[in-house]
Design a protein around this ligand. Structure first.
Ligand SMILES: Nc1nc2[nH]cc(C(=O)O)c2c(=O)[nH]1
Ligand code: SF4
Ligand SMILES: [Mg+2]
Length: 242
């Protein structure tokens, strides 16, 4: 496993290690679902969830790894600006994008990206720089539950959750296998005083996600939680690049 990214492992922290750039497509998850978007998927993740759906972004020995590339900030910003228009969200995901947050801040602040609406998808395990948080219009923070089989200290970071919770644009999205996970979600929500919570069914096929979503939607609504689809699975299946 090559879990760490350039910011922590190489002497060239100004470069971003990129898994893939794709779009235009449709945001398939979270509170911005349905919006036109381009995606920047940064490589590297130190969490290592058992059921990770983008293992290729950090496990470079994975059979579906398409190879990672390194780009400077200005070059990357120009590439992103050339995909789509200011009508498209720029969704930064991973892997865990905040492993490269200094280089990311530099790239997102480039003149080529002025005026873009930028959304973040993160595991909430890295304390974010406040200058970086200022650049986002939405953050979807997904703390992992015990079924990820990741030790608690590697999947829950109180300081990071508090920093995101202090921004009104943050949503906390928990991947669940079913109702059996709800008490664990509720205890994290209350311990860290989180609001704007949603749950999303784990699964890599549209059928599995739909079946699980049907089981959790009513009880989630009762608790004041949203339910996220994984709509790109319905539209395009589990292929990379959408
Ligand atoms: N269409 C589409 N929407 C997404 N929302 C979150 C994604 C992710 O992989 O983080 C994702 C993705 O990979 N594709
Ligand atoms: S935190 Fe996200 S990218 Fe990292 S292993 Fe878990 S699901 Fe995969
Ligand atoms: Mg994902």
């Amino acid at each position: 496993m090559t879990a760490l990214s350039s910011e922590t492992t190489s002497g060239r922290p100004h470069l971003l290690t990129v898994s893939e750039i794709f779009g235009p497509t449709i945001q398939g998850e979270g509170p911005a679902v349905g919006q036109p978007a381009v995606f920047l998927r940064l490589a590297g993740c130190h969490v290592g969830c058992d059921w990770c759906d983008t293992r290729y972004s950090w496990d470079y020995a994975s059979p579906t790894d398409g190879g990672v590339r390194q780009h400077g900030a200005a070059e990357l910003a120009a590439m992103l600006a050339n995909i789509g228009s200011t009508e498209h969200l720029l969704v930064v995901t991973g892997g865990e994008p905040l492993l490269q947050q200094r280089a990311l801040l530099n790239a997102l602040a480039q003149p080529a990206l002025v005026g873009r609406r930028i959304h973040l998808e993160t595991s909430g395990t890295v304390v974010p720089l406040s200058g970086l948080l200022d650049l986002f219009d939405l953050a979807v923070v997904s703390p992992k539950l015990a079924h990820s089989r990741v030790p608690l200290e590697r999947r829950i970071n109180s300081e990071a959750l508090a920093a995101f919770g202090a921004r009104d644009y943050s949503w906390f999205k928990f991947v669940v296998t079913g109702l059996n996970d709800f008490e664990e979600v509720a205890s994290i929500v209350s311990e860290h005083n989180l609001s704007r919570v949603m749950v999303m069914a784990e699964g890599t096929t549209a059928g599995d996600v739909q079946e699980r979503s049907r089981a959790i939607a009513g009880p989630a609504a009762e608790r004041g939680w949203g339910v996220s689809p994984r709509w790109h699975l319905d539209l395009w299946g589990n292929d990379r690049g959408h």
